[in-house]
Design a protein around this ligand. Structure first.
Ligand code: B12
Ligand code: SF4
Length: 521
């Protein structure tokens, strides 16, 4: 199993959970497994060293997983894996392949089988079929047969999370991860020496347009498969919930086991939206406290603003939570409701910050810039919100990751940013260019886009109707510095009309007003 590097601009903070679970499944099936974690070391080892590692054995099967944003490194890992293991079965899973298996398989001939969405049952069945190679009967995959790509029937989501094994911790260099235990994007949130993060939920009940759930949620299924297929899966497996949780018992037992084995002092529950289910949070906190874990292990997690209330915060504080991360995203209701579709207002976010502060838990917020209809007034609303709440974060530039609504809505616009020929053709179609040629250019542009996603904190492309890439980089910088004056000056330089309510903060308007008064006098 090979874990490619993730976010090399930062310390590695998370164990490879998905791949670790796949490794456990292989072990349970009686196989010998090794895990090559290319993410744990900084700097990441050279490709020559990685090639040496891959060559130390003759592997029967190589499993690789990752997010869309890891595509550049995944591609290199795939190339080396095939080069040194011409006969191995190469199986890939995770977000990078789930949302566009056809394109990823086309761009990477070394992949034999792509696992779409949740991997546990699918990978087990692949392992059980390596002799017969009867892939057709395995649901939730695509594979090659001659020159064709075959898709099998989709697989229902796992109804009972508690059947899922723990990641194969023994194969990981956990002590190496502990070196980064205090490291976190949210300033100083982790005061820990031995931290492990794990996930206790799949999916999220919200449907933000920039977000996906690696194919492991009802909304994702609807987008990928359509209503009829999802209905069919519901009929077969029982209603597939939008969000599925591991039981409090499973989570507590997992934590007790980790505490015993590794003497951990902190767990970040990397759920997409843990607080969204208040009932479950109370049950989890009750059980956690009952087992005495609140005296040994501190906790962090993420949630959504409307589900934060004083009762839940008090209970979480008692259980040992030190921070809850919330996606504030924007200080403009227009952007939150119309562009992002979070179903959350600025007032909700403000209320959650106030409740968290009053309850003694640090709110860790993330924000973004560059949503399609966001203009300078919306940006200024966000900066006002950051200033009002003394929030010191640099916003992410809204990035259309594959699988998201903003990706699907803006595909052509995105591709035009990666091939000037497509850009020119979009403005004036040329009858001399064949559809086959255009389709080839589109594929090339798509792969260039995927390769550009490599560092999630950098700029890759935009879906903004108002700002180009240089605008966004500049705006991001001024937002981070809470610099309203420079943003307003930029608005005048670029000819973006700003509303009169910002005049007092605007150096250009203030100067014009002052001089106008003098001239009048
Ligand atoms: C931990 C985490 C991270 C960690 C890295 C984790 C790691 N080591 O890979 C950090 C903090 C670095 C991170 C960063 C980012 N993340 Co993140 N992250 C997560 C998080 C919270 C948990 C991931 C996890 O462990 N899930 C649990 C495991 C079991 O699920 P899984 O990995 O998907 O694995 C399952 C399947 O995908 C499949 N599978 C996976 N690998 C393999 C391999 C094989 C061989 C097989 C057969 C199957 C298989 O089977 C597994 C079990 O069902 C998820 C949200 C969530 N709760 O899932 C987001 C999530 C994965 N992140 C996401 C995003 C968008 C990002 C960022 C781009 C955000 C940003 N703008 O900065 C960056 C990317 C940075 C970069 N340069 O690549 C998206 C992924 C979207 C996508 N299409 O890939 C998610 C889903 C969050 C979201 N809702 O948007 N992230
Ligand atoms: S609330 Fe968070 S996890 Fe849920 S859909 Fe929105 S961004 Fe994704």
């Amino acid at each position: 199993m090979i874990q490619p590097p993730v976010r090399v601009d930062h310390d590695p903070i998370d164990i490879p959970a998905g791949l670790g679970i796949m490794a456990s499944i292989a072990i349970n099936e009686g196989h010998q497994v090794a895990l090559l974690d290319l993410n744990i070391h900084r700097p990441v080892p050279s490709w020559q060293k990685i090639a040496e590692q891959i060559q130390i054995e003759k592997w029967d099967l190589i499993g690789i997983g990752g997010l869309s944003s890891m595509y550049e490194d995944i591609k290199k890992v795939l190339y080396l894996s095939r080069k040194f293991n011409p006969d191995a079965l190469i199986v890939c899973g995770g977000g990078f392949i789930t949302y566009m298996p056809d394109k990823i398989m086309k761009f990477n001939p070394s992949i034999d089988i792509g696992v779409i969405g949740e991997g546990e049952e699918t990978f087990r069945e692949i392992l059980q079929s390596t002799e017969t190679k009867n892939w057709k009967q395995i649901r939730g995959i695509c594979y090659r047969e001659d020159d064709k790509l075959i898709y099998t029937e989709p697989r229902p989501l796992i109804p009972d999370m508690d059947v899922i094994p723990h990641p194969a911790y023994d194969l990981m260099d956990i002590e190496e991860y502990f070196k980064y235990s205090g490291s976190m994007w949210y300033n100083g949130a982790f005061q820990s020496k031995r931290r492990i993060n794990f996930v206790t939920e799949r999916g999220c009940p919200r449907q933000c347009t920039f977000c996906t759930h690696n194919g492991m949620n009802r909304w994702d299924q609807l987008a990928m498969l359509g209503k009829d297929k999802v209905k069919m899966l519901d009929e077969e497996a029982g209603f597939q919930a939008v969000t599925r949780f591991f039981s409090p018992k499973y989570v507590v037992n997992h934590a007790l086991w980790l505490s015993e084995k590794y003497d951990i002092d902190y767990i970040c529950l990397l759920d997409e939206n843990l607080t969204s289910n208040n009932k479950r949070v109370h049950e989890l906190c009750d059980y956690w406290i009952q087992e005495g874990l609140h005296k040994k292990i501190k906790l962090g997690t993420s949630g959504d603003a409307p589900s934060i209330n004083p009762d839940v915060v008090e209970h979480m504080k008692q259980a040992g939570f030190t921070f809850i991360a919330i996606g504030g995203e924007s200080g403009s209701d227009k952007i939150l409701l119309e562009d992002i579709g979070k179903g959350v207002t600025v007032a909700d976010t403000q209320k959650s910050i106030d409740i968290l502060k009053a309850g003694g838990i640090s709110p860790s917020m993330t924000f973004m810039v560059g949503n399609p209809n966001e203009n300078i007034n919306d940006v200024l609303d966000t900066v006002s919100f950051l200033i009002k709440n003394n929030i010191d974060v640099g916003p992410f530039i809204c990035t259309p990751y594959p699988g998201t609504k903003i990706f699907m809505d803006n595909q052509d616009f995105i591709l035009c940013q990666y091939d000037e020929r497509l850009n020119i053709l979009a403005k004036s179609p040329n009858p001399n260019v064949s559809p086959e040629q255009i389709s080839k250019w589109k594929d090339e542009a798509l792969e260039t886009f995927l390769l550009s996603l490599n560092n999630a904190t950098d700029y890759s492309c935009t879906v903004s109707k108002h700002f180009d890439f240089s605008d966004l980089l500049t705006i991001k910088y001024f937002m981070k510095n809470h610099d309203m004056a420079k943003l307003l000056k930029l608005a005048h330089m670029r000819g973006w009309p700003h509303e009169a309510r910002w005049n007092n903060s605007c150096p250009v308007c203030s100067a014009s007003d002052e001089l106008a008064i003098k001239i009048e006098n």
